[in-house]
Design a binder for this molecule. Structure first.
Ligand code: URP
Ligand code: ZN
Ligand code: ZN
Ligand code: ZN
Length: 466
């Protein structure tokens, strides 16, 4: 039988191995891995390239309600263009209800925003900010059954943060349904205390965002989130881990048998709090939570990546426009760090940064790269075996990498809606030159190919053995 596409001669990252072989694709799926595959309607000659499972970024924020007068810089079209050009084939944004809206209404609203707009496949996590009977008793169980199998809870941000009791109540629903709970672990009371003191002393610049969210704020909340999960008897994922002390809480819990998964992001291996102290109002470009730390914590995060303590490497793409912060009125309404929206853009640069800093610098192997950028995301969030691996029967979601290309990251070359990148001028070796979604090229050499053909993905329960 004729293949729709054969990718010829690349090194293919399949699970724990890297093998030189051809990939035969039919009807959007991987049909054969081998040699001399026979007739094909289309052939990509890929000698010298590396075929990797298409990136799955399980932590992105798109078109999320962000407070009065604040608009996210990406809609689903721009965010997924950026994702595809950065080597991703699936992204997983969060559904956050607008003030007064139910979780079900939020999900419907997100589908309306995403439908027909996406250049990669998409699936939604749910943010639980209300724990009323309708949400926990009706909406959440029904949505779980409909394939929304992961919920994020926040321990910080006024209006989002849940109490310990509320987190336990959410975890109890997750336990009944085998859902994955994702936790943003920072102690809100401690942050408010430090923020009030900073502002009272006139310390309002972007650097004080980092200084009022020091490591203990995250370490304590990480410990508490794990403790709550142990009490409720559920697995959990600690997202965006920024430092060694928080990671130590996770590795210690694992040693006593707790099912705790850990995610980190490019900002915690490449940026530091000094970036928030840049001259003028430039520091606002680096405001995210938890904040970037210092070279000691970067080394601790690298050690965790090298030793396999991290399961997931995500972007936490959360795009805003610098001009909205520092525009004509600067230093205007947002000139105090309290009012700078938290989050940085990064869906397009996540994979090149880890490939260059991790694989090319010899810190992690190609299979490990594939695991923490794709395979584990699919397993942990219920998309495997369809997604996340180059394997017979899986969707033909494949990214071709040229390991010899050197590049400087430039805002001018990116496709997101933000008006800056925190990695302007950052040098990388290795670049995703072609992104293939279900057998069709959706991005090539930094540009989108074809119409928006991304699908919505309903998910199963998490796989807990990674
Ligand atoms: O600063 C961040 N990380 N913004 C995105 C929202 C979140 O907490 O993940
Ligand atoms: Zn061959
Ligand atoms: Zn978060
Ligand atoms: Zn986030």
């Amino acid at each position: 039988m004729t293949y729709d596409l054969v990718i010829c001669g690349s090194r293919v990252v399949t699970g724990a191995e890297v093998v030189e072989c051809d990939i035969g694709i039919r009807d959007g799926r991987i049909a054969t891995l081998g040699h001399d595959l026979g007739p094909a309607k289309d052939v990509i000659k890929a000698a010298g390239l590396i075929a990797m499972p298409g990136g799955i970024d399980s932590h992105v924020h798109i078109s999320q309600p962000s407070g009065p007068g604040i608009e996210m810089a990406d809609d689903f079209a721009s965010a997924t263009r950026s994702a595809a050009c950065g080597g991703n084939t699936t992204v997983m944004p969060f559904c956050l209800p607008e003030e007064g809206a139910s979780l079900r209404q939020a999900v419907n609203a997100y589908h309306a925003k995403a439908d027909g707009q996406c250049h990669v496949d998409v699936s939604f996590h749910l943010i639980i900010k209300d724990t009323d009977a309708q949400t926990l008793g009706q909406d959440l169980p029904a949505l779980f059954e409909a394939g929304y199998t992961s919920f994020k809870v926040f321990m910080t941000y006024a209006g989002l943060a849940l109490s310990d009791r509320e987190i336990l109540d959410v975890m109890d629903v997750a336990k009944t349904h085998n859902a994955m709970v994702m936790v943003h672990a920072e102690n809100e009371d401690a942050i408010e205390f430090l923020r009030d003191k900073a502002e009272a002393s006139g310390n309002t610049g972007p650097i004080h965002h980092a200084r009022t969210r020091p490591v203990p704020v995250e370490r304590e909340a990480t410990h508490r989130a794990i403790t709550l999960a142990e009490i409720a008897g559920v697995p959990l994922t600690i997202v965006h881990v920024s430092n060694g002390a928080a990671l130590e809480e996770i590795t210690r819990a694992r040693r006593r048998g707790a099912k705790v998964f850990a995610e980190t992001c490019p900002q915690y291996i490449t940026l530091t709090a000094d970036d928030l102290d840049r001259a003028g109002f430039e520091g606002a470009k680096y405001v995210c939570s938890p904040p970037p730390r210092d070279s000691v914590e970067q080394a601790a995060i690298w050690a965790g990546l090298e030793q396999g303590d991290f399961d997931l490497f995500s972007s936490d793409h959360c795009p805003f426009r610098f001009a909205d912060d520092a525009g004509k009125d600067a230093p205007g309404a947002r000139a105090t760090f309290r009012n700078i929206p938290n989050g940085i853009p990064g869906v397009e640069t996540r994979l090149p940064i880890l490939f260059s800093e991790g694989v090319m610098k010899g810190r992690i192997s190609l299979p490990r790269f594939a695991a923490i950028t794709a395979t584990n995301h699919a397993r942990l969030y219920g998309l495997a075996p369809r997604k996340g691996a180059i394997a017979v029967g899986a969707d033909a979601d494949i990214t071709l990498w040229d390991p010899t290309l050197t590049n400087k990251i430039r805002q001018a070359d990116l496709h997101h809606g933000s008006d800056y990148t925190p990695w302007e001028g950052f040098s990388v070796t290795g670049w995703p030159v072609r992104t293939i979604l279900r057998g069709r090229t959706v991005a090539k050499d930094g540009e989108i190919v074809g119409a928006a053909t991304g699908d919505y993905l309903s998910r199963s329960a998490p796989e807990l053995m990674l």
